[in-house]
Design a protein around this ligand. Structure first.
Ligand SMILES: [Zn+2]
Ligand SMILES: [Zn+2]
Length: 350
């Protein structure tokens, strides 16, 4: 089993591809899924269904895409696709599911198994298309499981209820009035108003954060800016906290418009839903911690209308995900395999 896990992992590591443009990865996956009913969902991913003549189905999900990074690991099996690297361990997640799929006929279970290989987790989230597809809805899915390799955590499986955030981008346009910078009577300086606004709008709370990554305004050093744009993100552990953060920004903009008699426009764009786990699905041998991250995960889409559980598999390493030096330790692949196996076989007792 370890041999198969390593074999798939190293092969997939060498052929990283981006977004939903995954011809080599898709070909590799499809060539190793015997006896599964295959559905390819446009923009979504691959569904591989193994029918065990049971009523309910357990779904296991992994991601297929890599990142636009030039690998710097010196591994013998490093990326053969320049400027593209599996630096988020999606190769390892795929290897675990592929190995399970190859062994599925020998596994004792009272459920059918659906393997989900998702496109574009790093960009738009193939999950959004998968959950809307009639074929996905046709399977009687009892619960869905996912896992992410996570450096900087001890070498074991760890999870929590509110594990990852929902996200939303906010673009705020502040209008001022242009004039010579020497015109001290002009108080409609969009840059100045924006910098005050940004300081008050940036918040870091326990359940949500508001931060801005972009500020753009003005055209010349001696002209007062008549338009400044600040572009940021909200991350929140629940939808309620996201709405609270949005309301805070609306109230702040109203206050600024009254104070400066200028105009502020605000636009929000939606990101991934929050990743909130179903507590009853957490096996007793797994550590529940009060752990929450303001990162996002498209797995949240599956949890909008199904029970499910997403866990982190620690690797006790210092090099973070998305680093050109990131390496998956080979010995943790079997921990991930055993974790999924536990869920498939636990259904026998249910
Ligand atoms: Zn990632
Ligand atoms: Zn990832």
């Amino acid at each position: 089993m370890q041999k198969t896990l390593t074999y798939h992992y190293q092969n997939l590591h060498q052929i990283p591809e981006l977004d939903n443009q995954l011809p080599k990865t898709q070909e590799y996956i499809l060539s190793h899924l015997p006896n599964c009913e295959i559905t390819i969902i446009e923009n979504g991913g691959i569904l591989a269904y193994y029918h065990k003549n049971q009523e309910t189905t357990i779904a296991l999900r992994c991601e297929m895409d890599a990142l636009p990074i030039l690998e710097q690991t010196n591994l013998s099996y490093q990326s053969t696709n320049t400027n593209c690297m599996h630096a988020c361990a999606h190769d390892a997640h795929m290897a675990i599911l592929l190995t399970l799929a190859q062994n599925v006929s020998f596994i004792q279970t009272t459920s059918n198994i659906l393997f989900i290989f998702e496109y574009a987790e790093e960009t738009y989230g193939g999950a959004k298309y998968i959950i809307q597809h009639p074929k996905y809805q046709e399977y009687n899915i009892h619960s869905i499981y996912g896992l992410h390799i996570w450096p900087k955590l001890p070498k074991k499986i760890i999870t929590s209820e509110y594990l990852m955030a929902t996200s939303c981008e906010v673009i705020i346009t502040i209008h001022g009035t242009s004039s010579h910078i020497a015109d001290i009577d002009n108080q409609m300086d969009a840059n100045e108003i924006a910098s005050q606004f940004l300081q008050q709008a940036s918040l870091q709370q326990k359940h949500f954060i508001i931060r801005f990554g972009i500020i753009k305004g003005g055209n010349a050093p001696n002209i007062i800016s008549n338009q400044t744009i600040i572009h940021g993100s909200i991350r929140a552990l629940t939808i309620e906290h996201l709405e609270f953060a949005k309301k805070y920004l609306w109230q702040l903009s109203t206050l600024y418009m009254m104070r400066h008699s200028n105009i502020i426009e605000m636009n929000f764009t939606e990101g991934y839903p929050p990743l909130i786990n179903t507590l009853e699905l957490i096996p007793t041998n797994i550590d529940i911690q009060s752990l929450s991250y303001f990162t996002t995960e498209s797995f949240g889409y599956y949890l909008q209308n199904k029970k499910g559980l997403y866990v982190l598999l620690g690797t006790a390493q210092d090099i973070p995900l998305h680093s050109p030096q990131f390496i998956v330790p080979l010995d943790i692949l079997s921990i991930g395999y055993q974790y999924f196996l536990q869920h498939i076989t636990a259904e026998v007792a249910r």
